[in-house]
Design a binder for this molecule. Structure first.
Ligand code: LLP
Length: 433
């Protein structure tokens, strides 16, 4: 096997037949039983990450909530698991809210995000009794205040601020900078205006601030920089209502053998100590810290299995191997130039002897899953495993070209359960009148 230890779930192993296995389940057998593309999550790895997060923060501060950012993967089985593991959940739309409620999340442990929550979504959140709404613009504060008043509720609110910190990550997933569609800029006054507006609204209770500087971060220094700016802002606002500081998500994961993400423990220390230090510096009591990890909880726990169809060699140019999925189940290579490292699930120990281009089945030249894939010779029927596809894979899936979205299986202790069935052709036309 390629040295992919850090991108595969910890339970990954090779069977006597040379097949890759996860959670004690042979991936070749799973692909035969459930078809491909197939997304396989190691349940032990999901629970392990949830527990590691809770333990790392509990060791540093008494009163931290770890909020799972469900956009990374919001299947019902995952939401139930997050709830069982004592995580809260962050939802960014009425649909994600519906999914979290359906999975049995107590409404008080739901955090409602979104930069353009509409009246219906706000009413749904209020009717459900969502614990906290994170407000993103002044129009929304007005709307939320009116709807809460009409419903006769007082709603706890965090104000999302942008500190003007630009972390090193892809520009599409960088959100802490001033020029952002998200949140209120501290610089220039919008954040102060938002705090004032929430304080002035009789139906809203300001409980703290939120900032999410970006996603897939390896360099933890951005959290300290953000905390310093937000602490100064909190101090400038006066009052004793800013008791909560939600530092967002963002911890990166390894997609390739070369990536070096920080450990959860180091991330927890960076975040908690930054807040402790900066709030101390400005003379404010330590707030309750919240974090919102998504990718780092589910990313490494999931792999996607694809069946190789045609392989063509263009002499003197390159070899293309086509698989039965692509941009409809994994947009990240096309959207962010994300690099993945595939391996063969059916010959896991075969040496990678060639470089080929692994492409999907969609009518797009850009439908390239792995531009330079180091693999053994592959042919029709081989089973490719793409590690670290557990986050922002199926949650961003589409039906482009009428390709049905994959089935999802959870594996644990040698048994597998289907948690999401494969889409059918009937599903594709079911909404058309
Ligand atoms: N909190 C907020 C307010 C967020 O906007 C996000 C992610 C998170 C938490 C979770 O961040 P994480 O821990 O997963 O980095 N589709 C992109 C990532 C988009 C992230 C959007 N917001 C990707 O595939 O890389």
């Amino acid at each position: 096997m390629k040295p992919l230890d850090q991108v595969l779930p910890p339970s990954a192993a090779v069977t006597a037949e040379g097949h890759l296995s996860i959670g004690g389940c042979d991936l070749v057998e799973l692909a035969e039983e459930h078809g491909t593309p197939l997304v396989v999550y190691d349940e032990g790895a999901l629970r392990g990450m949830a527990r590691a997060y809770r333990a790392a923060f509990a060791a540093l501060a008494p009163d931290v909530d770890v909020i799972y950012a469900s956009k990374a993967y919001f299947g019902q089985a995952m939401l139930r698991l997050a709830n069982e593991e004592g995580l809260c959940v962050d939802v960014a739309s009425g649909g994600e809210l519906f999914a979290a409620l359906r999975a049995g999340f107590p409404p008080g442990r739901i955090y409602m995000h979104g930069n353009n929550k509409d009246a219906r979504e706000i009413r749904e959140a209020l009717a459900a009794g969502v614990g906290t709404v994170i407000v993103d613009n002044l129009d929304e504060i007005d709307l939320l205040a009116r709807e809460a008043a009409a419903a006769g509720v007082r709603q706890d609110v965090l104000v999302r601020v942008t500190p003007g910190v630009k972390p090193s990550t892809h520009s599409y997933i960088s959100t802490g900078q001033i020029d952002s569609k998200f949140g209120f800029s501290i610089e220039g006054g919008p954040a102060r205006a938002a705090v004032d507006a929430v304080r002035a609204a009789g139906s809203l209770d300001l409980i703290g601030l939120h900032c999410h500087i970006g996603s897939q971060l390896f360099d933890l220094s951005g959290y300290g920089a953000a905390a310093a700016i937000v602490a100064d802002f909190a101090a400038s606002c006066g009052g004793d209502d800013l008791r909560v500081m939600d530092m967002g998500g963002g911890l990166g994961i390894a997609y390739t053998g070369e990536d070096r993400p920080a450990a959860v423990e180091d991330y927890a220390e960076a975040v908690v100590e930054a807040v402790r230090g900066e709030w101390g510096r400005v003379g404010l009591p330590m707030p309750r810290v919240l974090v919102e990890p998504g990718r780092s909880i589910v990313g490494r726990a999931g792999v996607t299995l694809y069946r190789v169809g045609g392989v063509k060699e263009i002499p003197g140019v390159r070899t293309y191997a086509s698989v039965d999925g692509g941009m409809s189940d994994l947009m990240r290579p096309m959207l962010y130039g994300a690099v993945y490292e595939p391996l063969l699930a059916n010959r896991a120990e075969a040496e990678p002897t060639q470089t080929l281009r692994l492409v999907g089945k969609h009518c797009e030249s850009g439908d390239v899953l792995v531009s330079e894939a180091a693999l053994p010779p592959v042919g029709p029927g081989d089973l490719v495993c793409l590690p670290a596809t557990g986050a922002y894979g199926v949650s961003m899936a589409s039906n482009y070209n009428g390709v049905t979205r994959p089935a999802v299986v959870f594996v644990d202790g040698g048994s597998a359960r289907l948690v999401t069935r494969r889409e059918t052709y009937d599903d594709l036309v079911a909404r058309d009148m």
